[in-house]
Design a protein around this ligand. Structure first.
Ligand code: HEM
Length: 355
C-alpha cells in the first residue's frame, strides 16, 4: 500500500522531470537554432531560466523530504542523521550534480551569446547525466553500457520535450515564413533523433531485465509497455504535424498555426504522462530479476524484523556511499513500505556507529 510520503516522493519526481527536461531542452534548442528566432529568442531563454529555477526548487524539496520518505513519517524530517545519510547516498550526489546543471542553465540563459549558449548546453548535459547516479541503471552490473544509453535517452527526450513550448512561442511571435522554416528544420532533426529515444529505452529494458522474457509478466515491464504505447501515440501526432500541419503552415493556410499549437500542446501533455509513468517505473518497481531480494525482505517482514529491514534498507545507503560501485538491489525502489521512525532511528544509530 502506497504511503503518503511515497506519493509525495513520486509526485515530486514526476514534477522535477518536467522542470529539469524543459530547462535542459531549451538549452539544446537555443544551441540548435541560435540566432534563428529574432522575436522569440529572449522569451525562450526566459522560459528555460524559469523552468531551471523551478527545477532547483523541486529537486531541493525532494532531497529535503527524503528522510520522511525513508522513515515513512514526518518525524524523519527532524532527524539529522537521516538527512546526513541521504546526502551521503547516491540521491545526495545526484542532487548536487543536477543542481549544478540547473544553476548553470539559469546563469547562462541570462545572456544571448554563442558562449553562453554553449555553457547552457553543458549545464543541460550535467542535469541529464545526474539521473545515471540513481535508478536501476546505477545498480546494474551492466552500468558501463547502460549509462551512455540512459544519457542518450534523456538528452534526446529533453531536446524533444523541451523544444515543444519554444515551437509554440515561435508560432505565436514569429512571421509564418520564419515559423515554417524553423518547424521544417526541427521536424527534419526530430524525425532522425526521436526514434532513438525508444531504441535506447528498449535496449536499456532488455539489459536490465533478467531474463528479458520475464518483462511482460512483471509490474516494471507493464509500466514500460505504457511508456511504449504513449510513445507510439506521440509518433502519430508528430507524423501528422510533419506531413499535414507544417506543409499547411508553409502554404500560409489560415488556422495552420493554431492547429499546430494545439497539436504541440497535446504532445506536451502526452510526454508529461510519460514522465509520470517513469516516476512510477523507477520509484515503485524493479526490473525482473531484481525482485528476488525484495521478496526476501518481504518474507521476513514480521514485527521483530522491522529493525532487520530498517538496517538492510539504510545499510544499502551506507554501503553505497562508503564503497562506490557496490551494486545492491534498490529495495526502496521495490516499494518496501517505510517503517516507524523509532525503528529507523535505532537502526540508524547502530549503522551510524559503523561509519
Ligand atoms: C517520450 C518518451 C520518453 C521519455 C520522456 C522518457 C523519460 C525517461 C526518464 C526521465 C528516465 C529516467 C528515470 C530515472 O532514472 O529516474 C527514463 C528511464 C527509462 N526509460 Fe524512458 N522515456 C521515454 C520513452 C521510453 C520508451 C519508449 C522506452 C522503452 C520501452 C523507455 C524505457 C526506459 C527505461 C528502461 C528506463 C530506465 C528505468 C529504470 O532505471 O528503472 N523510455 N526514461
Amino acid at each position: 500500500m502506497l504511503g503518503p510520503w511515497d506519493t509525495i516522493a513520486l509526485v515530486l519526481n514526476a514534477a522535477s522531470f518536467v522542470a529539469v527536461f524543459q530547462a535542459s531542452g531549451v538549452a539544446f534548442f537555443i544551441a540548435a537554432f541560435f540566432g534563428a528566432v529574432p522575436e522569440s529568442g529572449w522569451r525562450i531563454r526566459r522560459l528555460g531560466a524559469r523552468a531551471a529555477a523551478l527545477g532547483i526548487g523541486l529537486v531541493v524539496l525532494r532531497v529535503l523530504l527524503e528522510p520522511a520518505h525513508l522513515a515513512g513519517a514526518a518525524a524523519g524530517l527532524s532527524d539529522a542523521a537521516l538527512h546526513r545519510l541521504v546526502m551521503a547516498s547516491d540521491l545526495g550526489t545526484a542532487t548536487m550534480l543536477r543542481l549544478a546543471g540547473l544553476v548553470t542553465i539559469v546563469l547562462a540563459l541570462g545572456r544571448s551569446t554563442h558562449a553562453s549558449a554553449t555553457v547552457a548546453v553543458v549545464g543541460a548535459v550535467l542535469a541529464c547525466l545526474s539521473f545515471g547516479l540513481t535508478g536501476h541503471t546505477a545498480t546494474s552490473p551492466l552500468r558501463p553500457v547502460l549509462l551512455p544509453l540512459l544519457g542518450l535517452h534523456l538528452m534526446l527526450a529533453a531536446f524533444w520535450f523541451g523544444s515543444l513550448w519554444p515551437l509554440g512561442t515561435i508560432l505565436r511571435h514569429e512571421t509564418a515564413a520564419t515559423a515554417a522554416r524553423i518547424l521544417d528544420d526541427y521536424s527534419r532533426k526530430a524525425t532522425f533523433l526521436v526514434p532513438l529515444i525508444a531504441v535506447a529505452g528498449i535496449a536499456m529494458a532488455l539489459a536490465l531485465a533478467d531474463p528479458p522474457s520475464a518483462l511482460p509478466g512483471s509490474g516494471w515491464g507493464r509500466i514500460l509497455l505504457v511508456k511504449l504505447a504513449l510513445f507510439g501515440a506521440l509518433m502519430l501526432l508528430a507524423a501528422a504535424n510533419k506531413l499535414r500541419l507544417v506543409p499547411r503552415l508553409r502554404r500560409g493556410d489560415a488556422g495552420a498555426a493554431s492547429a499546430l499549437r494545439a497539436s504541440i500542446a497535446a504532445e506536451m501533455a502526452l510526454i508529461v504522462l510519460v514522465f509520470m509513468a517513469t516516476a512510477i517505473l523507477t520509484g515503485l518497481f524493479s526490473p525482473p530479476g531484481e525482485d528476488a531480494i525484495a521478496g526476501w525482505a518481504a518474507g521476513c517482514l514480521t514485527a521483530d524484523d522491522q529493525l532487520a529491514r530498517a538496517a538492510f534498507t539504510i545499510s544499502r545507503i551506507v554501503v553505497r556511499s562508503t564503497a562506490p560501485g557496490t551494486s545492491l538491489p534498490p529495495m526502496m525502489n521495490a516499494g518496501v513500505p517505510p517503517i516507524c521512525s523509532v525503528c529507523a532511528n535505532a537502526a540508524l544509530r547502530s549503522i551510524c556507529a559503523l561509519i
